[in-house]
Design a protein around this ligand. Structure first.
Ligand code: NDP
Length: 443
């Protein structure tokens, strides 16, 4: 049995009941074998054995009081996966589905993603099973303060720098940062995604969605094509989905559908993003409300967004939201490119369908790396106590996304798998981390 398959089997056995983590391992490890074959030092140094085991996992109780005076308790997590190339960096997710398996899959992916950005950041991830949906501002603040009261002792500007993810936007980051500052008696850049008034970076809010579209557009250009005039379906209607939609529209494409966890809207005329932003960002409402303003749009309860005909699909909601039959439907309807705005939104089987059908498929760890890359730019600005303009950060983001595309494309070609951006992203991300680990000895 090959080294990678052996580690895959052992790690699954050692970590039962973690299906999402197993899925991420299965997607990544086997694709590294060609690179490891030509670099036998990696196996001798036990790089994979160390890479699959987080450097540290913190799990804690988060007690808080709700508006009726009752005590509520949630679970808190921070997985500090790998610090070979820089301080741990990765978001915090607040969603009822959060469990150790989900945080480990996200943290493991984050190691490779952060390496791909070219910035000096290691991989980590955290979160809680707390659901901000339907909670008052005061309840969200109480939760965030309690969460940070424990987390603050494990993080630091040169140790671990959390950011947002599902359920953690500007509001939650603000409450957590305020509590950190109070406990640490220190104003620094320990969290990214901060408001512009207190050390945030221009473009951070837009970065993941914009970066996704910059990368996909670059890929299309290199294949003699472009996003202009393309019909695009985007899933989700949160931070990533909204700003991916905005960039597609700015570049002349037409987004015809968006979704949330209840259902999806289809507007053949093209989505009115201002209306969606008002519903989701201001009112924190449901996508169903879009129909009140646009009776010509169709709202469908439940799944089914991938049945809509499109040239480009951008899954931007959550893991495993696009399965094998969705992938077949997209291929049948003529979809030419898929870019993952979310982390692992396509199942392993769906990704296989895209590869076999010749659809240009860019996995999340490359396609959505613009968010963490801009977080790293926020860290640079905080350390230097300066602020770059919107245009300056946006140009840096565009350069980073083009570089990521080039490096995953070259790595795929070098591995004899031209156009397989899954293998390309895994190998390109792995190389730097493996080299750093080799040079740092057995730690
Ligand atoms: P948000 O919380 O802003 O939005 C998430 C969106 O996805 C919402 O529309 C939500 O619907 C929908 N959604 C969440 N969970 C489910 C589910 N179980 N089933 C169906 N729909 C769901 O999160 P983000 O936009 O920040 O994150 C989206 C994805 O992008 C995640 O996979 C995240 O890890 C990834 N990502 C985010 C980055 C960032 O910078 N924010 C960076 C890199 C990756 P509803 O409103 O109904 O909850």
């Amino acid at each position: 049995m090959s080294y990678t398959m052996n580690i895959l089997e052992q790690t699954i056995k050692k970590n039962p009941n973690e299906p999402e983590f197993h899925q991420a391992l299965t997607e990544i490890l086997p694709s590294l074998q060609p690179y490891i074959d030509s670099n036998p030092k990696i196996e001798r140094a036990g790089i994979l054995e160390r890479l699959v085991e987080p450097e540290r996992t913190v799990m804690f109780r988060v007690p808080w009081v709700d508006d009726s005076g009752r005590v509520q308790v949630n679970k808190g997590y921070r997985v500090q996966f790998n610090s070979a190339i820089g301080p741990y960096k990765g978001g915090l997710r607040f969603h009822p589905s959060v469990c150790l398996s989900i945080i480990k899959f996200l943290g493991f992916e984050q190691i490779f993603k952060n390496s791909l950005t070219g910035m000096p950041i290691g991989g980590g991830k955290g979160g809680s099973d707390f659901d901000p949906k339907g909670k008052s501002d005061r309840e969200v603040m109480a939760f965030c303060q309690s969460f940070m009261t424990e987390l603050h002792r494990h993080i630091g500007v040169d140790t671990d720098v959390p950011a947002g993810d599902i359920g953690v936007g500007g509001r939650e980051i603000g409450y957590m940062y305020g509590q950190y500052k109070r406990l640490a008696n220190c104003f620094n850049g320990v969290v990214t995604g901060k408001g512009l008034a207190y050390g945030g970076s221009f473009v951070r809010t837009e970065a993941t969605g914009y970066g996704l579209v910059y990368l996909i557009n670059e890929m299309l250009h290199q294949h003699g094509n472009s996003i202009e005039d393309k019909t695009v379906v985007v899933s989700g209607s949160g931070n990533v989905a909204i700003y991916a939609t905005q960039k597609v529209q700015q570049l002349g494409g037409r987004v015809v559908a968006l979704s949330d966890s209840n259902g999806f809207i289809y507007d053949p005329e093209g989505i009115d993003l201002d209306a969606v932003k008002e519903i989701k960002e201001v009112r924190r409402g449901r996508l169903l409300e879009y129909k009140e303003q646009y009776p010509g749009a169709v709202y469908t309860e439940g799944r089914g967004i991938w049945n809509i005909k499109c040239d480009v699909a951008l899954p931007c909601a959550t893991q495993n939201e696009l399965n094998e039959s969705d992938a077949r439907e997209l291929v049948k309807n003529g979809c030419i490119a898929v870019g993952e705005g979310a982390n692992m939104p396509s199942t392993l089987e769906a990704a296989e369908v895209f590869l076999k059908s010749g659809v240009w498929f860019v996995p999340g760890k490359a396609a959505n790396a613009g968010g963490v890359a801009t977080s790293a730019l926020e860290m640079c600005q905080n350390s230097a106590r300066i602020e770059w303009s919107f245009l300056e950060v946006d140009h840096k983001l565009q350069d980073i996304m083009v570089n990521i595309y080039n490096s995953i494309s070259e790595a795929a070609e070098e591995a004899g798998q031209k156009g397989n951006y899954i293998a390309g992203a895994n190998i390109a991300g792995f190389k730097k981390v493996a080299n750093a680990m080799l040079q740092q000895g057995v730690v």
